[in-house]
Design a protein around this ligand. Structure first.
Ligand SMILES: Cc1ncc(COP(=O)(O)O)c(C=O)c1O
Length: 403
């Protein structure tokens, strides 16, 4: 039993008054006048697609994370595909990744005709367990794709050590982790390639968009070609140099992030530091308020990490509750709190089950985590009132079902 008394009000799901009258989403973009002005200025300029804003955004982004190169893509998924290509993944190869992620992390391996191999996660951070990774390496393994789940960096030093020993490339899926730090280094400056997403629920948005950062000039060169049909020069440089000749040197795609989107990204980047500070403040408030509820397991922060808090996932201790995750999820939604669940493990999606014969039970830690996870609303423009509403609703619902 909890030390705090349950709130007496009826749950909204049972006909009571909800904590909020309108739904608070789990994530949402913040667009200010300066963002709109930046985009409008680009709409009035000569370049809508690959023009000066792409270079400006990539340079500013690389400087911010502390990497030598940043190559923009039309989405995080396209950026993952580019990284899988640059790592040389192809038929007959394998890449080891976490089952507790968005399907795009594993799909990028399939795009290249290679096979994703899953390794279970650690009980505390829910990031890929380096020991399981080491166990799954074969002569076919080419890459490791750790995911910085919820914005907490994976055990990068250990993974890099394993990669070094076996000649593998680390493609870090940092779509949750822009601004996270690992041993005082910013994510994006550590792995061989690091992938970011600029989807509207992320720390910085370009509508759709993504980025790969790397310190390796050969990866950077391949990534630039891959996102531009495999062509070795860009239209703007050809125009500048007054020549028409170009060569397609590899089979690429049109994965370019346009100037319109990059001008939005440039404005958003200016506020990234402040947005991260706000996310950290919200996470700290959640942790201090929810710590006293025994049925809630809070996200773990390892001493070497400073998470970026894309998500704030709590786990429910089913032994202390008279209702399951589904019921509690529905009750929170009825209170107008836009909770979510991250993630259905990739290997139990029908496509993966049918193609690879998974039936569930293969990765018990990720699967058990999935059964108990609920992501609370987390975005930098949440007001203090929004945060307190979430806390009130979680207390109301979880204490109601605590036994
Ligand atoms: C872990 C992870 N990987 C990859 C992606 C794909 O990014 P995008 O939506 O920009 O294609 C996402 C996006 O939500 C993600 O959360």
């Amino acid at each position: 039993m909890s030390a705090i008394a349950p709130i007496k009000a009826d749950l909204a799901v049972h006909g009571g008054t909800p904590v909020r009258s309108t739904l608070l989403p789990y994530g949402r973009q913040e667009i200010l006048e300066e963002d709109i002005k930046g985009v409008v200025d680009t709409l009035r300029s000569d370049w809508l697609t690959t023009g000066p804003k792409v270079d400006e955004f990539e340079e500013a982004f690389a400087a911010w994370v502390g990497s030598r190169h940043a190559i923009s893509f039309s989405s995080g998924t396209a950026a993952l595909h580019g990284a899988a290509f640059a790592a040389g993944l192809g038929p007959g190869h394998e890449a080891i990744t976490s089952p507790l992620t968005f399907a795009a992390t594993a799909n990028c391996v399939l795009y290249q005709g290679a096979n994703p191999v899953f390794a279970d996660v650690c009980e505390d951070t829910l990031n890929i367990n380096p020991e399981h990774v080491a166990d799954r390496i074969t002569s076919r393994t080419k890459a490791i794709l750790p995911v910085d789940y919820a914005g907490h960096p994976a055990d990068l030093d250990l993974l890099l050590e394993i990669a070094e020993r076996h000649g593998l490339t680390i493609i870090e899926d940092a779509c949750h982790a822009l601004g996270a730090e690992y041993r005082s280094r910013r994510v994006g400056s550590i792995s061989h390639m690091t992938v970011f997403s600029f989807h509207p629920v992320k720390h910085l948005t370009t509508g759709e968009g993504g980025m790969v950062t790397t310190n390796n000039p050969a990866f950077a060169d391949t990534l630039r070609k891959f996102r531009n049909h495999g062509i070795s020069s860009e239209a703007r440089s050809r125009q500048r140099e007054g020549q028409w000749h170009y060569e397609m040197v590899l089979l690429g795609f049109n994965y370019r992030l346009p100037d319109i989107a990059c001008s939005l990204g440039l404005q958003q980047l200016k506020r990234l530091e402040a947005n991260l500070a706000r996310r950290r403040e919200i996470a700290a408030r959640y942790s201090s308020a929810l710590r006293e509820i025994p049925a809630i397991i809070l996200p773990v922060i390892l001493p070497e990490a400073s998470p970026a808090w894309h998500l704030y996932p709590i786990r429910l201790d089913s032994a202390k509750l008279s209702a399951g995750r589904e019921e509690i999820f529905r009750a929170l939604r009825a209170e107008n709190i836009g909770v979510n669940v991250h993630y259905i493990p990739v290997h139990v999606h029908p496509y993966y089950k049918q193609r690879f014969g998974y039936h569930g039970g293969e990765f018990p830690i990720a699967e058990a985590a999935y059964e108990s996870l609920i992501s609370l609303p987390m975005f930098h423009s949440m007001s203090n009132k929004d945060v307190e509403d979430v806390i009130e609703a979680v207390r109301k619902v979880v204490l109601h079902y605590e036994q």
